[in-house]
Design a protein around this ligand. Structure first.
Ligand code: BES
Ligand code: MN
Ligand code: ZN
Length: 500
């Protein structure tokens, strides 16, 4: 789908469909008002008849509106005018795409960018509109023999702005929205792939392709190299699998030499299937453990968005990736391994494997002298219990970093919520036989997992995003969400000074 920006009036535009809003008080938006006037009160007559109430989530498609150049006019309900905020704005974009997909319109011009959304700029609205529209047309049918019956006609969306002075800012915001959407799409595609396709080797190949497309430096460490580095914690997880583990490292260099040259490092958990290992998971819903590489997918997606926008920052992405399988040589409860940091770990539960691969990747991050390290992981079922499917769990050893991530989440509507990381919780990880155990018991499970990671991140500013509840949806809409690509990209856009 193509997007463009245009400064045009709805009564003058020629297109397959003009999209305008109606509030619940039956009040027309300024753009709808213009169409109403040009058409001799056509819209207000329909509204008076009671065919459009302006409720959020509703829409009405009109054909051949008198004196209007567009073949169709789509009225979108916006809800109560005084409550019109981010939520209603994004809902209106989703409603619009849904209605357009059912119509035969090949292109549409959207007149919603002028609406006031509390505290949000025009750029915000353009970025969100593009990203959400693309997110709503996403479809993963790679493995369906029959593709969608009715291929959607919709090919082009024009985002109208009120005056030509807005064009430069709007163009930039559109490019950002499209880049975010591409990153989200990559993350969703990788997440949705089945475990027999998306193996560690597949993730490594994807990274190499991504690197080639954007001339990013990329290397993939094999088992032997990881052994040399002493990554026995990571490797212990791979022991039960026939798939070779990989450590993917990508270095994007966008900052001017000398300026902010210390990189920001993103680390993504890449368990391409988590059976639990010898501490085998129950069978029900185990298919969803193909999503256990969504952290990896999200950092690759974020890198793609950053590279596409050519952001002037240095970004390093590290993906430790392996399957977690039971097998004759798999790790057993009670096994003790030594991590790259030198700290020893007693593996009391082989299903707590995410932290075992992340700890070595985090130690490896030290060599880049990072400005900040952020890891992203579908780490704990406990985080789903704590925060549900709304907010990502955020842990950090630095308050400024935590607040930066929290506001990036709020602003981009890809929210996170901070969880505690006080030393008081560290006792949960006590082991009688090694420096630490890899589990802390049922209570505060997401906190003890973060505490475990914190023992490997003392040398830099660090945040941990537990996306167990937000990376994918279960049930009828089962599928990867692409979160938190939007949060991370927004955060990096702000760091790069592209959003204030
Ligand atoms: N990948 C899972 C976490 C998970 C579970 C994410 C369910 C989303 C839904 C992780 O590797 C895991 O198995 N964690 C265990 C840790 C426990 C053994 C301490 C968990 O959460 O049960
Ligand atoms: Mn597990
Ligand atoms: Zn896992």
């Amino acid at each position: 789908m193509k997007f463009s920006i245009k400064s045009v009036s709805p009564d003058k535009q020629r297109c397959a469909c003009a999209v305008v809003g109606v509030f619940e008080s039956r009040k027309l938006t300024p753009a709808a008002e213009l169409i109403d006037q040009a058409s001799g009160g056509y819209l207000s007559a329909i509204i008076r008849r009671g065919d459009m109430h302006g409720k959020s989530g509703t829409s009405l498609l009109l054909h051949n509106v008198p004196a209007i150049q567009c073949e169709r006019v789509l009225l979108v309900g916006l809800g109560k005018q005084k409550d019109f905020s981010e939520k209603e704005f994004t809902a209106s974009i989703r409603t619009m795409v849904k209605a357009l997909k059912q119509s035969g319109a090949a292109d549409a011009t959207l007149f919603l960018a002028g609406l006031p959304v509390s505290e949000r700029s025009l750029s915000w609205k353009i970025r969100q509109a593009a990203a959400i529209a693309l997110e709503s047309v996403y479809c993963f049918d790679q493995f369906k023999s029959k593709k969608q019956d009715t291929p959607a006609a919709l090919r082009k969306i024009v985002l109208a702005v009120d005056c030509s002075g807005d064009l430069p800012l709007a163009e930039e915001a559109l490019a950002q929205g499209l880049a975010i959407a591409e990153g989200v799409t990559l993350a969703r595609n990788l997440g949705n792939l089945p475990g027999n396709v998306c193996t560690p080797t597949y993730l490594a190949d994807t990274a190499l392709k991504l690197a080639k497309a954007h001339t990013i430096d990329c290397k993939v460490l094999e088992r032997a190299e990881m052994e040399k580095l002493g990554m026995h914690s990571l490797l212990s997880v791979a022991k039960g699998s026939h798939q070779p583990p990989k450590l993917i490292v990508l270095n994007y260099r966008g900052a001017k030499a000398g300026k902010n040259s210390k990189p920001l490092v993103l680390v993504g958990k890449g368990i391409t299937f988590d059976s639990g290992g010898i501490s085998l998971k129950p069978g029900e819903g185990m298919d969803e453990m193909k999503f256990d590489m969504c952290g990896a997918a999200s950092v690759l997606g974020t890198l793609k968005a950053v590279a596409q926008m050519k952001l002037p920052i240095n970004l390093t992405v590290i993906v430790p990736t392996t399957e977690n399988m039971p097998g004759g040589s798999a790790s057993k409860p009670g096994d003790i391994v030594s991590s790259m940091s030198g700290q020893t770990i007693e593996i009391l539960n082989t299903d707590a494997e995410g932290r075992l691969i992340l700890c070595d990747a985090l130690t490896y991050a030290e060599r880049f002298e990072p400005e900040t390290v952020i890891d992203v992981a579908t780490l704990t079922g406990a985080c789903v219990i704590a925060l549900g499917h709304v907010a990502t769990g955020l842990f950090a050893n630095d308050d400024d970093l935590a607040n930066e991530l929290l506001s990036a989440g709020d602003e981009s509507l890809d929210r996170a919520w901070r969880m505690p990381l006080w030393d008081d919780y560290q006792d949960l990880l006590k082991s009688n036989f090694a420096d630490m155990a890899n589990i802390g018991g049922r209570a505060a499970g997401s906190v003890s997992a973060a505490c475990f990671l914190s023992r490997f991140t003392k040398r830099f500013k660090w945040a941990h995003l537990d996306i167990a509840g937000t990376a994918w949806k279960s049930g009828a809409d089962k599928g990867a969400t692409g979160r938190p690509v939007t949060l991370l990209t927004h955060f990096l856009l702000k760091r790069a000074g592209k959003i204030n």
